[in-house]
Design a protein around this ligand. Structure first.
Ligand SMILES: [Zn+2]
Length: 452
């Protein structure tokens, strides 16, 4: 079990590093050079307190450990990393490990064997995990050598119900801590990847003026619109092994400059489908909602996600910036799990947005005429919630726990819902029109116009 958590923690670490590599548009070597020579700022105050006793110990014991970890700090802990000696092989091993290509064990073994063959300055890697005798601390040892990039968030473990137990420690990256750390230590990245162009947030909310989201939101003062970052959530499942899939929950700013997924989406957590119980996702959502509500307030929290008191609450999170969650995107399978939406092939209630049914008759979904009766039955957030309550059905956590979040915030991901057979023709025609009819890429003959 330990090694699985190590693997997951490492995935987070790699994502975290890659995010910043992309965010800064700099090479991974430069990033790591910064990380290894750049002790995190102790004034940030949001670092994880190093504690001992494995993952359960870390979760159960939030108190700072007076006796420092002999093998180095947790990610984000306020301690300078050891200095990695220069040398092409050391650099290579470090980069291969950071990219997830080499495991810590392989780095240690390569360092040891090359040392035996005469290479020098390999001791740092050779000595990992008590010179290879204690694989259990490999990952921590490696983190301690390479340090943790400043401006990144420490992994936190929360207890959630899974197939392994009702209180299984599970790693998350709190959105409000990411928000805060990036602002405090990497302002240019915050401006680019969270804030976006200086007036983007103001423009966003002005365009949303009159929408049900803005009109009904309990904490979206117009005076602060220029400092409230609109946030979107994304949930998706993907094949992980032949037998299992993995769910990835991410968030992103809707006012940042557009870019590739790796560049813009920030992980909250990942979880294997095989480990999920019916209430696993809801528990993760509860935790995520708490953190998003902290972003909305723009102040450090005074209580944790389970309402246990925290010290250091009430300070500005990111210089007055806030985040308001106003969108969730995903495929239908994810939405059915997350919102308990009906499945499309359920005869009576097939749609969470209206009263269309799969049965022949008045509200039949197959009637797509402009006057189809189901068009008059489209739910608002309030009518849907009233219906669910009256029918004794589950109220989706995301619609009750995130302040201001509404049914209208649910966006079906076009990539998962457009019909491939039709859409591929539409996309082909559009490209033909741009390249051939409009000659957007130059050229006089068709062959020239099609040249990349
Ligand atoms: Zn509908």
């Amino acid at each position: 079990m330990r090694s699985k958590f190590g693997g997951l923690a490492r995935l987070f670490a790699i994502c975290s590093v890659l995010y910043l590599v992309n965010a800064g548009k700099r090479g991974i070597q430069q990033r790591l050079a910064d990380a290894s020579g750049d002790a995190p700022d102790p004034s940030s105050g949001s670092s994880a307190a190093p504690s001992r006793g494995g993952i359960r110990g870390r979760v159960a014991d939030p108190k700072p450990d007076p006796d420092p970890d002999p093998d180095g700090p947790e990610p984000g802990a306020v301690a300078a990393p050891r200095k990695l000696p220069d040398g092409p092989l050391n650099t290579y091993l470090r980069d291969q490990w950071t990219k997830g290509i080499l495991k810590t064990r392989q780095v240690q073994e390569i360092a040891m064997k090359s040392g035996q063959q005469g290479a020098n300055r390999m001791e740092t890697f050779t000595q990992i995990g008590n010179s290879g005798k204690n694989p259990k601390i490999f990952f921590r040892a490696m983190k301690s050598i390479l340090g943790w990039p400043s401006g990144t968030t420490a992994l936190k473990f929360i207890e959630i119900p899974t197939t392994k137990g009702t209180l299984t420690p599970h790693p998350v990256l709190w959105p409000h801590e990411f928000f805060s750390e990036l602002y405090a230590h990497r302002r240019p990245d915050f401006d680019k990847k969270i804030r976006g162009p200086a007036t983007a947030a103001l423009q966003f909310w002005r365009q949303m003026r009159g929408s049900s989201f803005v009109d009904n939101h309990p904490d979206l003062p117009e005076l602060l619109w220029d400092r409230i970052i609109p946030i979107g959530l994304h949930g998706d499942g993907g094949q992980f092994t032949k037998q299992d899939s993995i769910y990835v929950l991410t968030w992103n700013s809707l006012t940042q400059n557009f870019g590739p997924t790796m560049d813009t989406r920030i992980i909250f957590t990942v979880i294997r489908s095989a480990e999920m119980l019916p209430n696993t996702l809801d528990t993760l959502f509860e935790a995520m909602a708490w953190s998003l509500n902290v972003c909305l307030k723009g102040l450090t929290p005074s209580a944790d996600w389970q309402n246990r008191p925290l010290t250091g609450g009430g300070r500005q999170l990111a210089g007055g910036y806030r985040g308001a969650c106003c969108q969730i995107r995903g495929d239908w399978e994810f939405f059915c799990k997350a919102f308990h939406f009906p499945k499309w092939n359920e005869a009576v209630s097939m749609c969470p947005f209206c009263r269309a049914t799969g049965r022949a008759g008045h509200y039949c979904f197959a009637n797509v005429r402009p006057d189809a009766p189901w068009r008059g039955t489209i739910w608002t957030h309030e009518t849907r919630m009233a219906y669910l309550t009256a029918a004794g059905l589950i109220l989706p956590i995301l619609l009750t726990a995130i302040l201001g979040f509404r049914l209208e915030c649910v966006h079906v991901d076009p990539l998962h819902t457009l019909e491939l057979g039709t859409t591929s023709h539409v996309a082909g025609n559009v490209l033909w029109h741009i390249a051939i009819v409009k000659s957007a890429f130059g050229g006089t003959t068709i062959a020239e116009k099609l040249k990349p």
